[in-house]
Design a protein around this ligand. Structure first.
Ligand code: ATP
Ligand code: MG
Length: 263
């Protein structure tokens, strides 16, 4: 009875006031930015990824861990569209992008910091950052101030050639280039590989700042376990191309995960 009365009062209110916007079917903050559902990937006859599923949500860091050669970079290539999957589905904010071209995925909001950085050695730092403009509409073609706030060294080096930067500076440049695209999903493939400790700290702080903004989902591939564990909200461990462990970090046992990835 009480429920009927509340419903009647609500419909009377609705009749006399503009209807409020209906609540979204799924809570926007909780909806995954990225959903990877049972993907397979082959290089020729070699079956590299086997039914891999994971999700990445805004304001969270999802860490992909695993030993050398388990398929971490192949997973990134599947998500960015650089290599086709042979099964499964990839969704970005609910939209099926499984067959979309890499450029369309970049335009839809996937930013990628590849393993080994792949900056353009003969272009200046500024020009490297400006390559991030490609998927943007004309009005947004400027480097966001955030890039220089996160990595002040880049603003001092805008005219330097990318190839003349240290490895750590190149990694910061590669992250800055991806951020220039204003990604909704940021993929980082082993950003600490071969980088000096002080710059690893800067990169960790940058990831924390981006997470705190709350609107970007971050996928971090790492072999540096302590770094990854300190940042992770969710953890996915790959073994021989398949998910061996997956879940919120708070529900996982650190030493079990660490043993699964120890070399
Ligand atoms: N283009 C390719 N053609 C054929 N095999 C490939 C190719 N790229 C990678 N592989 C193989 O696929 C497997 C997975 O490689 P991948 O680079 O995805 O692993 P990874 O987990 O990123 O390794 P690492 O930790 O060394 O970066 C490896 O056995 C690798 O040799
Ligand atoms: Mg790799």
């Amino acid at each position: 009875m009480a429920a009927d009365l509340i419903a009647a009062a609500a419909s009377a209110r609705a009749a006399s006031h503009p209807a409020p916007l209906p609540a979204p079917a799924t809570d926007e903050a909780a909806r995954p930015t990225l959903s990877v559902e049972g993907i397979d990937l082959h290089y020729g006859a070699a079956h590299i990824l086997r039914g891999v599923s994971l999700e990445a949500r805004p304001g969270e860091v999802t860490c992909i861990l695993g030993r050398n050669g388990v398929g971490k970079t192949s997973l990134m290539r599947a998500i960015t569209g650089q290599h086709p999957v042979s099964g499964g589905t990839i969704r970005l904010q609910g939209a099926d992008i499984t067959r979309a071209r890499p450029f369309a995925r970049a335009r839809a909001g996937i930013g990628y910091v590849p393993q080994g950085r792949e900056i353009f050695p003969l272009l200046s730092v500024r020009e490297n950052l400006e390559t991030g403009f490609a998927p943007l509409p004309r009005g947004q073609r400027h480097v966001p101030a955030e890039v220089f706030e996160l990595f002040p060294v880049l603003s001092d080096m805008l005219r330097r050639r990318g190839g003349d930067l240290s490895g750590g500076q190149q990694q910061q440049l590669a992250i800055g280039r991806a951020l220039t695209m204003r990604p909704k999903l940021l993929l980082l493939d082993e950003p600490t590989e071969g980088i000096q400790p002080s710059i690893i700290k800067d990169i960790g702080r940058a990831i924390e700042t981006l997470r705190a903004r709350g609107d970007m989902a971050i996928v971090l591939v790492e072999q540096y376990f302590d770094f990854a564990w300190a940042l992770a909200d969710r953890v996915v461990v790959l073994e021989r191309g398949a998910v061996a462990i997956s879940g919120a970090r708070s529900g996982l046992d650190r030493s079990t995960v660490s043993r699964a990835v120890a070399v």
